[in-house]
Design a protein around this ligand. Structure first.
Ligand code: PLP
Length: 343
C-alpha cells in the first residue's frame, strides 16, 4: 500500500520503538514521569516559551486552548477551512460553549491578515452581541494545501490582535513543516502567539501525542482541563520517549517530504483533467482539482485504492500527503497509476 491519506499514518521507527521499550516512566498525573517532563521542558525550550504540556492528541490540545482562553457565549475566529472549525466535530461549541466566526482568506492562502480580521473582531460590543474571545491561526494550513505563514506575517497579525486585547492560539500541528519550508526557526513562527499546539504524531513520526505550549499560568490551567477531559495519563513516558525523538530528529528530514510533494504535484499536473497550482505546493500536502476528468473524486479514490494507493477525496478535490513512509519510487508509481485511472 502507498498510503497518502495523511502524515498521521507514519509508523514509529526502530529507534523510537527501542526508546519506548526502555523509557524511564512514572505517574504523569502526579507529575512524576521523567520522560514526559523532559519532553515538555525541551518543547518549551525549542519554542522559547515558559512551559509545555503533553496531550494525547492535537484536537485535545486545540480544544483545551480554546477552553482556557475563552468564556462561554463568546466567539472565536478561525479561517474558513480551519481544522478547529471543520474537523473537531463541534468540540469548541460542546466544550467551551463558544461559536466560531469563519473568515475566508481573500488570497486563498488560508492565512488571515489584519485587514481581514479587523472587521469581524468584536472587542467591546453592545451587551446583546457576543464578544470575540480568541483568534486561531493554523500553520501550515492543512486544507489550504499545507500553505505557510511567515514569521513576519504572523508577527504583524499577532501584534494588532494583541493591541486589540485578544489572545492568539496557533494550531501548529505541522509548524515544523512551515519552519523547514521557510527556513525560519519555529520559535520565530510562534513568538507572538499566546499558545501553540504542535503535533508529534504526523510528519515527525511519533505514534501518538501533541504538545501544548504557552505561559506557566496558561499551562497550569490547561493541565486541569486535560484531566477534566480524561487526558491525564499515567506511565505515558512510553509515548513521550518516541515524542522526544520526533521533536529532535523529525524536523531534519521533512524537506524530503516537501520534495516528494513537489515531484507528485509536477507529475499530476501533466495528466489531462487534473488542475493543480504546482507553485503553491510548498510543504507535504498536495490538493488538486479533478473536475476536468469526467470522474468524481470518490470514483478516482476507489480505483486508486484497488491499485494499492490510498488518498482522500472531498467534493471535486483530492488530497495526498507525503511523509516518512513514502519514497520517491512511491511517488512515481502514484503518478503512473493515476495516469492509468484517468486515461
Ligand atoms: C491542522 C491540524 N490541526 C489539528 C489536528 C488534530 O490532530 P489529531 O489528529 O492529533 O487530533 C490535525 C490532524 O490532522 C490537523 O491537520
Amino acid at each position: 500500500m502507498i498510503d497518502l491519506r495523511s502524515d498521521t499514518v507514519t509508523k514509529p521507527s526502530d529507534r523510537m520503538r527501542a526508546a519506548m521499550a526502555n523509557a524511564e516512566v512514572g505517574d504523569d498525573v502526579f507529575g512524576d514521569d521523567p520522560t514526559v517532563n523532559k519532553l515538555q521542558d525541551r518543547a518549551a525550550q525549542v519554542f522559547e516559551k515558559e512551559d509545555a504540556l503533553w496531550v494525547p492528541t492535537g484536537c485535545m490540545g486545540n480544544e483545551i486552548a480554546v477552553k482556557v482562553h475563552t468564556k462561554p457565549g463568546q466567539e472565536i475566529v478561525t479561517e474558513d477551512r480551519g481544522h478547529i472549525l471543520n474537523y473537531e466535530v463541534g468540540a469548541a461549541a460542546v466544550i467551551s460553549g463558544v461559536t466560531i466566526r469563519a473568515v475566508k482568506s481573500a488570497d486563498g492562502s488560508g492565512h488571515l491578515n489584519w485587514d481581514e480580521l479587523r472587521p469581524v473582531l468584536k472587542i467591546d460590543p453592545p451587551y446583546y452581541q457576543s464578544s470575540t474571545g480568541l483568534v486561531c491561526l493554523e500553520n501550515t494550513h492543512n486544507f489550504a494545501g499545507g500553505s505557510v505563514m511567515s514569521a513576519a506575517a504572523c508577527s504583524e497579525v499577532c501584534e494588532k490582535v494583541r493591541e486589540a486585547g485578544l489572545p492568539i492560539h496557533m494550531d501548529g500541528a505541522r509548524i515544523f513543516n512551515a519552519a523547514v519550508a521557510l527556513n525560519e526557526p519555529v520559535a520565530d513562527l510562534t513568538r507572538h502567539c499566546d499558545s501553540v499546539m504542535v503535533t508529534l504524531s504526523k510528519g515527525l513520526g511519533a505514534p501518538a501525542g501533541s504538545i501544548l505550549i504557552g505561559t506557566k499560568d496558561f499551562i497550569e490551567e490547561a493541565r486541569i482541563w486535560r484531566k477534566r477531559l480524561g487526558g491525564g495519563m499515567r506511565q505515558v513516558g512510553i509515548l513521550a520517549a518516541a515524542g522526544l525523538i520526533a521533536l529532535e530528529e523529525g524536523p531534519k528530514r521533512l524537506y524530503e517530504d516537501h520534495q516528494n510533494a513537489r515531484r507528485l504535484a509536477d507529475g499530476l499536473a501533466e495528466i489531462p483533467g487534473i488542475s493543480i497550482d504546482v507553485k503553491n505546493v510548498i510543504t507535504n500536502i498536495v490538493i488538486f482539482d479533478i473536475s476536468g476528468t469526467g470522474k468524481t473524486s470518490n470514483e478516482i479514490v476507489e480505483t486508486l485504492s484497488s491499485y494499492g494507493i490510498l488518498c482522500v477525496g472531498f467534493g471535486e478535490q483530492i488530497r495526498m500527503v507525503t511523509h516518512l513512509d513514502i519514497s520517491t519510487f512511491d511517488i512515481e508509481t502514484t503518478v503512473s497509476e493515476m495516469r492509468k485511472v484517468l486515461t
